[in-house]
Ligand binder design. Sequence first.
Ligand code: ATP
Ligand code: MG
Length: 218
Amino acid sequence: MKTIGLFGGTFDPIHLGHLQAAAEVRRRARLDRILFIPSYLPPHKKTGAAASAADRLRMVELACRRRAGFEASAIEVEAREKSYSILTLRKLRALSPEARLFFILGVDAFLDIGTWREYHRVIEECYFIVMGRPGFDLDRARDVLAGGLKDAVGPLPTGGAAAGPLPPHIRVFLVPIRALDISSTGIRARVRRGLSVDGLVPKPVAAYIRDHELYRGR
Ligand code: ATP
Ligand code: MG
Protein backbone atom coordinates (compact mmCIF):
# COMPACT_ATOMS: atom_id res chain seq x y z
CA MET A 1 0.00 0.00 0.00
CA LYS A 2 1.46 3.35 -1.09
CA THR A 3 1.07 6.28 1.30
CA ILE A 4 1.14 9.92 0.21
CA GLY A 5 1.04 13.01 2.40
CA LEU A 6 -0.62 16.11 0.93
CA PHE A 7 0.83 19.22 2.51
CA GLY A 8 -0.95 22.36 1.34
CA GLY A 9 -0.28 25.95 2.23
CA THR A 10 0.33 29.43 0.94
CA PHE A 11 4.09 28.81 1.32
CA ASP A 12 4.76 32.56 1.09
CA PRO A 13 7.60 31.58 1.38
CA ILE A 14 8.24 27.91 2.27
CA HIS A 15 10.52 27.75 5.35
CA LEU A 16 12.44 25.31 7.53
CA GLY A 17 9.46 25.08 9.91
CA HIS A 18 7.43 23.49 7.11
CA LEU A 19 10.29 21.24 6.01
CA GLN A 20 11.29 20.00 9.43
CA ALA A 21 7.65 19.35 10.40
CA ALA A 22 7.02 17.42 7.17
CA ALA A 23 10.23 15.42 7.63
CA GLU A 24 9.25 14.44 11.15
CA VAL A 25 5.73 13.45 10.10
CA ARG A 26 7.08 11.47 7.14
CA ARG A 27 9.47 9.59 9.43
CA ARG A 28 6.88 8.94 12.13
CA ALA A 29 4.13 7.79 9.78
CA ARG A 30 6.61 6.27 7.32
CA LEU A 31 4.89 7.95 4.39
CA ASP A 32 6.36 7.10 0.99
CA ARG A 33 6.29 10.72 -0.15
CA ILE A 34 4.89 14.12 0.65
CA LEU A 35 3.49 16.46 -1.98
CA PHE A 36 3.88 20.14 -1.14
CA ILE A 37 0.95 21.92 -2.73
CA PRO A 38 1.13 25.72 -2.84
CA SER A 39 -2.36 27.20 -3.14
CA TYR A 40 -3.33 29.44 -6.00
CA LEU A 41 -4.64 32.69 -4.61
CA PRO A 42 -6.12 35.21 -6.95
CA PRO A 43 -3.86 38.26 -7.36
CA HIS A 44 -5.09 41.59 -5.92
CA LYS A 45 -7.06 39.89 -3.18
CA LYS A 46 -6.74 41.72 0.09
CA THR A 47 -5.87 38.60 2.05
CA GLY A 48 -3.91 37.18 -0.88
CA ALA A 49 -0.28 36.21 -0.98
CA ALA A 50 2.61 38.67 -1.10
CA ALA A 51 4.50 36.69 -3.76
CA SER A 52 2.96 35.41 -7.01
CA ALA A 53 1.78 31.82 -7.29
CA ALA A 54 4.62 31.16 -9.77
CA ASP A 55 7.26 32.45 -7.34
CA ARG A 56 5.79 30.51 -4.40
CA LEU A 57 5.73 27.31 -6.49
CA ARG A 58 9.31 27.88 -7.67
CA MET A 59 10.52 28.27 -4.07
CA VAL A 60 8.73 25.04 -3.09
CA GLU A 61 10.44 23.30 -6.01
CA LEU A 62 13.83 24.59 -4.88
CA ALA A 63 13.16 23.42 -1.32
CA CYS A 64 12.11 19.93 -2.43
CA ARG A 65 15.11 19.44 -4.70
CA ARG A 66 17.52 16.96 -3.12
CA ARG A 67 15.13 16.19 -0.27
CA ALA A 68 14.18 12.55 -0.74
CA GLY A 69 10.45 11.86 -0.58
CA PHE A 70 9.48 15.51 -0.96
CA GLU A 71 7.84 16.72 -4.19
CA ALA A 72 6.37 20.01 -5.32
CA SER A 73 2.89 19.79 -6.84
CA ALA A 74 1.64 22.46 -9.26
CA ILE A 75 -1.90 21.08 -9.16
CA GLU A 76 -3.49 24.09 -7.43
CA VAL A 77 -1.32 26.77 -9.00
CA GLU A 78 -2.04 25.44 -12.48
CA ALA A 79 -5.78 25.26 -11.83
CA ARG A 80 -5.70 29.06 -11.51
CA GLU A 81 -8.83 29.22 -9.39
CA LYS A 82 -9.60 29.38 -5.70
CA SER A 83 -8.20 26.18 -4.26
CA TYR A 84 -10.74 23.97 -2.52
CA SER A 85 -9.21 20.98 -0.76
CA ILE A 86 -12.09 18.74 -1.77
CA LEU A 87 -11.38 19.37 -5.47
CA THR A 88 -7.62 18.95 -5.10
CA LEU A 89 -8.17 15.74 -3.18
CA ARG A 90 -10.44 14.28 -5.86
CA LYS A 91 -7.94 15.13 -8.61
CA LEU A 92 -5.06 13.56 -6.69
CA ARG A 93 -7.16 10.53 -5.82
CA ALA A 94 -7.85 10.01 -9.53
CA LEU A 95 -4.09 10.17 -10.22
CA SER A 96 -3.24 7.66 -7.46
CA PRO A 97 -6.33 5.50 -6.99
CA GLU A 98 -4.45 2.81 -5.06
CA ALA A 99 -2.70 5.06 -2.54
CA ARG A 100 -3.72 5.98 0.98
CA LEU A 101 -3.85 9.78 1.16
CA PHE A 102 -3.17 11.88 4.25
CA PHE A 103 -3.83 15.61 4.39
CA ILE A 104 -1.07 17.10 6.54
CA LEU A 105 -1.56 20.38 8.34
CA GLY A 106 -0.56 22.28 11.41
CA VAL A 107 -3.06 22.54 14.23
CA ASP A 108 -3.42 26.31 13.62
CA ALA A 109 -4.66 25.58 10.09
CA PHE A 110 -6.83 22.67 11.23
CA LEU A 111 -8.67 24.97 13.65
CA ASP A 112 -10.16 26.71 10.56
CA ILE A 113 -11.51 23.51 9.05
CA GLY A 114 -15.10 24.58 9.76
CA THR A 115 -14.70 27.18 6.98
CA TRP A 116 -13.61 24.62 4.37
CA ARG A 117 -16.01 23.74 1.59
CA GLU A 118 -17.60 20.32 2.34
CA TYR A 119 -15.18 19.57 5.15
CA HIS A 120 -17.19 16.55 6.28
CA ARG A 121 -16.65 15.08 2.84
CA VAL A 122 -12.92 15.79 2.96
CA ILE A 123 -12.66 13.93 6.27
CA GLU A 124 -14.71 11.05 4.87
CA GLU A 125 -12.59 10.82 1.75
CA CYS A 126 -9.09 10.97 3.22
CA TYR A 127 -7.14 10.80 6.44
CA PHE A 128 -5.69 13.79 8.22
CA ILE A 129 -2.45 14.22 10.07
CA VAL A 130 -2.56 17.25 12.36
CA MET A 131 0.82 18.31 13.71
CA GLY A 132 1.70 20.59 16.57
CA ARG A 133 2.83 24.17 16.21
CA PRO A 134 4.31 26.43 18.89
CA GLY A 135 1.58 28.43 20.62
CA PHE A 136 -1.23 26.01 19.73
CA ASP A 137 -2.57 23.16 21.83
CA LEU A 138 -2.79 20.05 19.65
CA ASP A 139 -5.79 18.73 21.57
CA ARG A 140 -7.87 21.69 20.41
CA ALA A 141 -8.16 19.90 17.07
CA ARG A 142 -10.90 17.77 18.64
CA ASP A 143 -12.91 20.78 19.83
CA VAL A 144 -13.48 22.24 16.36
CA LEU A 145 -15.16 19.14 14.96
CA ALA A 146 -18.90 18.58 15.06
CA GLY A 147 -20.27 16.09 17.62
CA GLY A 148 -19.89 12.71 15.89
CA LEU A 149 -16.56 13.55 14.33
CA LYS A 150 -14.90 14.21 17.71
CA ASP A 151 -14.49 10.46 18.10
CA ALA A 152 -12.69 10.32 14.76
CA VAL A 153 -9.61 11.98 16.32
CA GLY A 154 -6.78 9.93 17.80
CA PRO A 155 -3.05 9.16 17.88
CA LEU A 156 -1.16 7.27 15.18
CA PRO A 157 -1.15 3.56 16.01
CA THR A 158 1.93 2.37 17.91
CA GLY A 159 4.63 1.63 15.40
CA GLY A 160 3.15 4.43 13.39
CA ALA A 161 3.13 3.02 9.90
CA ALA A 162 0.51 4.79 7.82
CA ALA A 163 0.55 1.84 5.43
CA GLY A 164 -0.40 -0.64 8.14
CA PRO A 165 -3.76 -1.36 9.73
CA LEU A 166 -5.45 1.80 11.05
CA PRO A 167 -8.19 1.92 13.69
CA PRO A 168 -11.43 1.88 11.68
CA HIS A 169 -13.08 4.89 13.32
CA ILE A 170 -10.08 7.27 13.31
CA ARG A 171 -9.82 9.75 10.43
CA VAL A 172 -7.73 12.48 12.07
CA PHE A 173 -4.37 11.52 13.56
CA LEU A 174 -2.75 13.93 16.01
CA VAL A 175 1.02 13.88 15.69
CA PRO A 176 3.02 15.83 18.27
CA ILE A 177 6.29 17.03 16.74
CA ARG A 178 9.18 19.26 17.71
CA ALA A 179 7.86 22.16 15.65
CA LEU A 180 10.13 25.11 14.99
CA ASP A 181 8.89 28.58 15.84
CA ILE A 182 9.19 29.92 12.28
CA SER A 183 6.42 31.53 10.22
CA SER A 184 6.22 32.99 6.72
CA THR A 185 4.80 36.18 8.25
CA GLY A 186 7.93 36.52 10.37
CA ILE A 187 10.17 35.90 7.35
CA ARG A 188 8.39 38.51 5.21
CA ALA A 189 8.75 41.02 8.04
CA ARG A 190 12.48 40.33 8.28
CA VAL A 191 13.02 40.78 4.54
CA ARG A 192 11.05 44.03 4.60
CA ARG A 193 13.35 45.30 7.34
CA GLY A 194 16.45 44.23 5.42
CA LEU A 195 17.33 41.42 7.90
CA SER A 196 18.82 38.06 6.92
CA VAL A 197 16.64 34.97 6.62
CA ASP A 198 19.58 32.56 6.79
CA GLY A 199 18.70 29.57 8.95
CA LEU A 200 14.98 30.17 8.44
CA VAL A 201 14.63 29.07 4.80
CA PRO A 202 16.76 26.71 2.66
CA LYS A 203 19.74 28.48 1.03
CA PRO A 204 18.38 28.35 -2.55
CA VAL A 205 15.11 29.90 -1.30
CA ALA A 206 17.00 32.73 0.42
CA ALA A 207 18.86 33.33 -2.85
CA TYR A 208 15.61 33.29 -4.82
CA ILE A 209 14.03 35.86 -2.49
CA ARG A 210 17.07 38.07 -2.87
CA ASP A 211 17.43 37.69 -6.66
CA HIS A 212 13.75 38.33 -7.34
CA GLU A 213 13.47 41.10 -4.75
CA LEU A 214 10.50 39.46 -3.08
CA TYR A 215 8.84 40.82 0.07
CA ARG A 216 10.56 44.18 -0.07
CA GLY A 217 7.46 46.34 -0.28
CA ARG A 218 4.83 44.64 1.91
P1 ATP B 1 1.81 32.68 7.36
O1 ATP B 1 2.55 33.28 8.51
O2 ATP B 1 1.86 33.49 6.09
O3 ATP B 1 0.42 32.20 7.71
P2 ATP B 1 2.85 30.01 7.79
O4 ATP B 1 4.24 29.99 8.31
O5 ATP B 1 1.73 29.79 8.75
O6 ATP B 1 2.63 31.36 6.97
P3 ATP B 1 1.42 28.55 5.81
O7 ATP B 1 1.76 28.50 4.36
O8 ATP B 1 0.28 29.39 6.27
O9 ATP B 1 2.76 28.98 6.62
O10 ATP B 1 1.24 27.09 6.39
C1 ATP B 1 1.08 25.94 5.62
C2 ATP B 1 0.91 24.77 6.58
O11 ATP B 1 2.12 24.58 7.32
C3 ATP B 1 -0.19 24.96 7.62
O12 ATP B 1 -0.84 23.72 7.78
C4 ATP B 1 0.57 25.35 8.87
O13 ATP B 1 -0.10 24.94 10.04
C5 ATP B 1 1.86 24.56 8.71
N1 ATP B 1 3.02 25.19 9.37
C6 ATP B 1 3.53 26.39 9.08
N2 ATP B 1 4.62 26.66 9.83
C7 ATP B 1 4.77 25.60 10.64
C8 ATP B 1 5.73 25.28 11.69
N3 ATP B 1 6.70 26.13 12.04
N4 ATP B 1 5.58 24.09 12.30
C9 ATP B 1 4.59 23.25 11.97
N5 ATP B 1 3.66 23.48 11.00
C10 ATP B 1 3.76 24.65 10.34
MG1 MG C 1 -0.28 30.26 8.25
